[in-house]
Design a protein around this ligand. Structure first.
Ligand code: SF4
Ligand code: SF4
Length: 178
């Protein structure tokens, strides 16, 4: 941002269009948004009071307001509930847009530190939710201290990491996948 002006980024728009097209959507699809607000009415991001909830995100994407996505962390508050996709009368698939924007932000190293921690935990331990520190609570509940997932099977954990290295995360991860 400079003064009261917000830069429109042609480069950002081009990148976003390419991301969207890779997912089988087109720019025309996004521009069909009529800003009816149905997505926002059902979105947990809006209910949580995030500044840029889904209706605004769709609008800002169409306008190419890159700085909003790099400086504001609202897109990372999406809960992946898919309600916006189900309720949109124009079949715009706002959730898919959120995923495209997240990938773009990751390439620009613009994401909350909690997201980086979750990603690292996911790669290293197979869980995006941090599991360390909950051993005692699990034991009290009669659960194994370590969940019976790849976390408790070293061979499977290594195989899991090899699979992850074949995904888009290898391209955009903000830490080495070694
Ligand atoms: S529900 Fe669809 S058309 Fe309505 S504001 Fe949201 S994205 Fe746009
Ligand atoms: S998928 Fe994300 S953007 Fe869509 S309604 Fe759920 S929280 Fe909101």
């Amino acid at each position: 941002m400079e003064g009261n002006l917000i830069k429109l980024s042609e480069e950002f728009l081009q990148e976003l269009w390419e991301e969207i097209e890779e997912m089988g959507m087109s720019v025309k699809d996004l521009r069909r948004c009529i800003q009816c607000g149905r997505c926002a009415a059902t979105c947990p991001m809006a209910l949580a009071g995030l500044d840029y909830f889904i209706k605004k995100i769709v609008h800002a994407s169409i306008l190419g307001l890159k700085e909003i996505f790099l400086e504001d962390s609202s897109i990372w508050g999406c809960q992946s509930c898919n309600r916006c996709v189900e309720i949109c009368p124009m079949d715009i698939k706002p959730y898919e847009l959120i995923l495209a924007l997240r990938r773009m932000c990751m390439r620009n190293y613009a994401m909350p530190s909690s997201t980086i921690d979750s990603l690292r935990n996911y790669y290293e331990k197979g869980h995006s939710v941090i599991t360390a520190g909950y051993e005692e609570r699990r034991r009290k509940l009669g659960l194994p201290e370590v969940p019976p997932t790849v976390l408790s099977n070293e061979e499977m954990r290594k195989k899991f990491q090899e699979v992850i290295k074949q995904t888009a995360l290898a391209e955009v991860a903000p830490f080495p996948l070694d």
